[in-house]
Design a protein around this ligand. Structure first.
Ligand code: GTP
Length: 209
């Protein structure tokens, strides 16, 4: 990694078994393999070139099992982008989404980019959540909703969705850096001004002696 790389931290959250690990693998290696339930947090990374910028995407794949909830919340704080995943054939996993969004709002930075993903659309005959319902919910939360199948990736949209999220997240990270640079510059200016004023006062006092 060169010193010029941007680093993006993405986290994948959602109930156990919705396909977070499969989504990370599809995005990183374009593979669909058998998976075991994640213990704690899994980590993978992908190098992207976005609009001429070299970007190191770090993907934190959290465990959906209840016992890991406390661990996961610590990762929310450093997330630049958040992917909330549910399984369209599992209504409970959709109903749990709101709880995840609340935790994200409470624990992550306010400018983190968020998207909602409904996975396993290859199992359409077992659907328990319609596209319309999920779209309406996402709209009510002001976030984008996408449907995918990590297994078939028949719509070939996983790479596009994740790359767009990285692009939006990169904008936020760059804006944050610019704001932080501006704050530093303002602080330097304020300090310089104070020093100059102090010097002028000293000069004035010398004249009066
Ligand atoms: P935790 O690690 O327990 O939080 O689960 P997870 O959300 O990471 O789920 P994981 O990626 O391990 O997938 C769970 C199961 O769903 C596995 O058996 C996958 O093979 C299966 N699966 C994932 N995505 C799809 C999909 O798009 N279609 C189908 N049919 N099965 C899928």
């Amino acid at each position: 990694m060169s010193g010029e790389d941007f680093i993006l931290n993405l986290i994948l959250i959602g109930e156990s078994g919705v396909g977070k690990t499969c989504l990370a693998r599809r995005f990183v290696d374009d593979r669909f393999d058998p998976t075991a339930s994640t213990i704690g947090v899994d980590f993978s990374k992908k190098q992207l070139s976005l609009d001429g910028k070299s970007v190191n995407v770090r993907i934190w794949d959290t465990a959906g099992m209840e016992r890991y909830v406390a661990i996961n919340e610590a990762y929310y704080q450093r997330a630049d982008g958040v992917v909330v995943v549910f399984d369209v054939t599992n209504r409970a996993s959709f109903e749990a989404v709101n709880g995840y969004l609340v935790k994200v709002m409470e624990n992550s930075t306010s400018d983190a980019c968020l998207i909602l993903i409904g996975n396993k659309i290859d199992l359409n005959e077992n659907r328990k959540v319609t596209r319309e319902e999920a779209t309406a919910y996402a709209r009510s939360q002001n976030i984008q909703y996408y449907e995918i199948s990590c297994k078939s990736n028949s719509e070939k949209n996983i790479d596009k969705i994740m790359t767009q999220l990285c692009r939006d997240t990169l904008e936020v990270v760059i804006r944050r850096e610019e704001e932080s640079d501006k704050k530093d510059l303002d602080a330097i200016k304020r300090n310089s001004l104070k020093i100059m004023q102090a010097e002028t006062e000293k000069e004035k006092r010398k004249c009066c002696w």
